[in-house]
Design a protein around this ligand. Structure first.
Ligand SMILES: NC(=O)c1ccc[n+]([C@@H]2O[C@H](COP(=O)([O-])OP(=O)(O)OC[C@H]3O[C@@H](n4cnc5c(N)ncnc54)[C@H](O)[C@@H]3O)[C@@H](O)[C@H]2O)c1
Ligand SMILES: [Zn+2]
Length: 368
């Protein structure tokens, strides 16, 4: 197959006037055709981090036309730097360069860079254009789509931010070649999640293609990323500001956030916690009679085949889970809201789980 411009798939996030394309392909960081049409003017600020800059910054800078005024900012790497201080460094660079309202920010990196650059773009001169070039599987299938931007505050994760949509998302699949295996598996957790909540056929496809995905076969990755982005884009188009169906995207996340919070951010990757969290949600769905044993076995097997943990951390008690789960910002009033499975490919949001059934699950669930 020949692919003009290296683009293997293009899809559209339908948000009226703020609609934008997601281009997925190989070699996109050395070709400007999928980037230049989305620049607002001549001024371009590429923002990346110290890990990604030596790998991809030069290729990206080189491929942009020489007539543009291209600058870059390299931030430190890590979730602990997803802060308003680091966004301040982006604002500083924009002002020092004299960039105006027709400048464009480019986020080159994972979700941490994407969230910060989106927030910098939302706030610089009351809003400028930005393009996402996500370089982790998680950011390619999740954080770069949907327009949630922001930073952490010492008192809470993602507490400061804005909804701000990019002009385009450019997924360069070959950037995944340098991604550590653990980070790839973490991204696969979100891919599997889309199958669980919305698409039984996609889940079957994932079961058949997991080996090729973990071997980073470009065509297989392009398909998985495109189908994942399509499901997220459809859900976001239905519910941009999370009043309803968008909450399904939290499958496994209430349990997962409890694991992340208890273990300390960084010890378990987000996707690893979501993997175990989805296994817990599937097990609870089985206990409540919503799915049968065969469905539960398939759910656990696909999570495990992605290289993700099923067991919860050894030292976490029922009370540890409940304490963190009660703090989840998705709860309304005091009732715990959980995303549960009706079937593989069909999920629902429920606040009707009897507390004693949840307690029994948390007591009996396997620990590592
Ligand atoms: N906005 C949203 O809707 C949304 C959704 C999900 C997650 N998020 C946010 O995304 C963040 C997590 O994103 P992430 O998992 O991409 O983490 P990340 O951005 O921290 O990237 C993970 C690690 O991989 C490195 N890396 C990135 N690309 C690489 C590459 N191609 N080769 C080698 N190393 C590479 C990074 O430098 C980092 O060390 C969190 O802050 C989370 O809150 C946002
Ligand atoms: Zn997630």
């Amino acid at each position: 197959m020949t692919h003009p411009n290296g683009v293997l798939r293009t899809l559209q996030v339908a948000l009226g006037e703020r609609s934008y394309p997601i281009h997925i392909g190989t070699g996109l960081l050395s070709r400007s055709e999928s980037i230049v049409p989305y620049l607002a003017g001549q001024q371009v600020m590429i923002v990346t981090n110290e890990t990604i800059a030596p790998l991809y910054l030069e290729a990206l800078t080189q491929c942009l036309p020489e007539t543009l005024d291209v600058r870059s900012v390299v931030l430190p790497d890590g979730e602990q730097y997803k802060s308003v201080e680091q966004v301040g460094r982006i604002w500083d660079a924009l002002l020092e360069a004299g960039f105006n309202r027709r400048c464009t920010l480019i986020a080159l990196g994972g979700g941490v860079i994407g969230d910060m650059v989106g927030f910098a773009a939302a706030s610089y001169q009351r809003g400028v254009a930005f393009i996402q070039i996500p370089t982790t599987l998680l950011s390619q299938v999740d954080s770069s789509v949907g327009g949630k931007t922001g930073v952490n505050h010492p008192l809470g994760k993602n507490m400061i931010g804005a909804f701000w949509q990019p002009k385009a998302v450019v997924v360069a699949i070959d950037s995944l070649d340098t991604l550590p295996d653990r980070e790839l598996s973490a991204g696969l957790a979100e891919v599997i999640k889309y199958g669980f909540i919305r698409d039984a056929a996609f889940l079957s496809w994932l079961e058949a293609n997991m080996t090729a995905l973990r071997q980073r076969d470009p065509e297989t990755l392009a398909e998985a990323i495109a189908r994942s982005c399509q499901i997220k884009a459809d859900i976001v188009a239905e519910d941009e500001t999370e009043q309803g169906v968008r909450a399904l995207l939290n499958l496994g996340h209430t349990f997962g956030h409890a694991i992340e919070a208890h273990q300390g951010y960084g010890n378990w990757l987000h996707g690893e916690a979501v993997g175990a969290g989805m296994a817990m949600a599937a097990t609870l769905s089985r206990e409540l009679g919503a799915i049968d044993d065969a469905a539960l076995d398939r759910a656990l097997a696909v999570i495990e085949s992605a290289g993700l943990p099923l067991a919860a951390p050894a030292e976490m008690t029922r009370e540890h889970f409940l304490t963190h789960m009660r703090r989840d910002k998705k709860n309304i009033d005091s009732r715990l809201r959980l995303v549960l499975l009706n079937a593989l490919g069909d999920a629902c949001i429920s606040d009707a789980t009897p507390p004693e059934r949840l307690a029994a699950l948390l007591d009996a669930y396997p620990r590592a």
